[in-house]
Write a protein that binds this ligand. Structure first.
Ligand code: ZN
Length: 90
């Protein structure tokens, strides 16, 4: 089963009229999001490119870009997608 097939299976539970089916899916979804957020976390300052050119960026993702030399600002696109899907966060 691919990850997308697994997500389809979990999503089908959300369409169920059974609250137990929905509740069953929640812990695994939260665990999956936490695992992704652990991979895409703030590593602090890095050099990298911004719209103003090359220089220090106060907060960079440890996975996206090349931390230290070509850092990607944190929150990266992956974290932003999660934040937006959750309805926002600080
Ligand atoms: Zn990232």
């Amino acid at each position: 089963m691919t990850v997308n097939e697994k997500l389809d299976e979990i999503e089908a539970r959300f369409d169920s009229d059974s609250a137990e089916e929905v509740i069953y899916a929640v812990p695994s979804m939260v665990k999956a999001l936490r695992a992704v957020l652990e991979v895409h976390r703030d590593g602090g300052e890095s050099q990298g490119y911004t719209k103003d050119g090359y220089g220090n960026i106060a907060h960079c993702c440890i996975t996206c870009g090349s931390f230290g030399e070509y850092g990607e600002p944190y929150p990266c696109e992956t974290v932003v997608a999660i934040i937006e899907a959750l309805g926002g966060a600080e």
